[in-house]
Design a protein. Structure first.
Length: 354
């Protein structure tokens, strides 16, 4: 790793402190739960961590000088700043808490701290071939888990039971952990976009929305499928087909040079044309990587121009309070000319019937 990975580098800064865990891992390879990177404009690189992780840090971050922190991390930073003549240090504004900022300011009175918003996220928008392989593996674990959980779900099970079993299946299949709190929402509760699993019992006629993901070597996947317990009625078929059409049309439009907001608009317009625009209230999707929600996003105000190597979800939904809802979500990687659907789990309505 070299300083170029951190560009654009603000000219007034002598160094930058990286404290956000995902950025810390991205730049150094260090996976411990505690630590900060200090990188100077002269390409001096330090990984500051505590006693528990010293051996691990040396193995995972060989390009960094490993520094064991004092009881107070700010004291260690102050010493390094003094030793290397650092006067202006940038901070990650979206991660540094006010208490840490105040502690740093107190311990380093001669320094100027520059809180900057998302200074490194531009580096992580485009995934490397190695990152894409890890994401594909995380997707494969989730795909396989869906196939297994589909064989288990039946009337009489509770939402909490399904969520627990789904997470167990993913971990047994090689996931480090689940990527986020698993969503299982059935019946009228399927109108909740982020329905936390409850003790509600699955019943015949229910929609069952499953939104889940696996983490593999730090990288996440995100998939949503909406199952139907028993033969769907006419309205269930209608809502499902609209959501599926919106998703497919959006995916067909994903290619380099397209604007993220325009992909969102493609799906949103279709749902609105059927009269359900007010029942699709979230963005169409988001990037996924070391974090489950990254940039860019398929949202009305995101004008990011798509580039090869970007990984995004496409997840339109219709949510009707008191009745239920449908969401279908796949992960997509932008290619040189079009895109590739990473998610392989089936999504035709006939495949969703239990």
């Amino acid at each position: 790793m070299n300083q170029d990975m951190f560009r654009p580098w603000p000219a007034e800064l002598d160094a930058f402190l990286v404290s956000k865990p995902s950025n810390r891992r991205y730049f150094s390879g260090f996976t411990g739960s505690s630590g900060m990177l200090l990188v100077t404009n002269k390409d001096e690189k330090f990984l500051i961590t505590d006693f528990r992780y010293m051996e691990q840090a040396k193995e995972q971050a060989p390009d960094f000088h490993i520094v064991q922190q004092e009881p107070e991390p700010a004291a260690t930073l102050a010493q390094l700043a003094k030793e290397y003549g650092l006067k202006d240090i940038g901070l990650e504004k979206d991660h540094i808490t006010l208490s840490i900022y105040e502690e740093l300011s107190k311990k380093m009175p001669g320094l100027t701290l520059w809180p900057l918003y998302n200074p490194f996220e531009h580096r992580r928008k485009i995934k490397s071939p190695g990152e894409l392989q890890l994401i594909a593996q995380a997707v494969a674990i989730a795909d396989a888990a869906f196939g297994q959980i589909k064989e288990i779900i039946k009337p009489g099970l509770r939402e909490k039971e399904i969520a627990a079993e789904l997470e167990f299946i993913m971990k047994r299949s090689g996931a480090e952990k689940h990527a986020f709190d698993t969503i299982v929402a059935s019946g009228v509760r399927s109108s909740l976009p982020h329905g936390t699993p409850t003790d509600k019992v699955i019943q015949s006629g229910d929609f069952v929305t499953l939104d889940f993901g696996a983490v593999f070597e730090g990288y996440s996947s995100d998939i949503t499928r909406t199952l139907i317990i028993g033969q769907p009625d006419a309205r269930q078929r209608e809502i499902y087909s609209i959501v599926k059409e919106a998703q497919e049309r959006a995916i067909d439009n994903i290619r380099p040079g397209k604007k993220a907001a325009d992909i969102d608009k493609t799906a949103r317009d279709i749902i609105a044309d059927y009269g359900y625009g007010s029942f699709f209230g979230h963005g169409l999707g988001h990037s996924v990587g070391l974090e489950i929600h990254e940039e860019p996003r398929f949202a009305p105000r995101d004008n990011t121009i798509l580039q090869p190597g970007m990984v995004v979800t496409v997840e339109p939904g219709i949510y009707l309070p008191g009745w239920g809802g449908v969401r279908i979500e796949d992960m997509i990687v932008v290619g040189a000319k079009g895109c590739e659907i990473l998610t392989r789990a089936p999504k035709d309505i006939e495949d969703m019937i239990i």
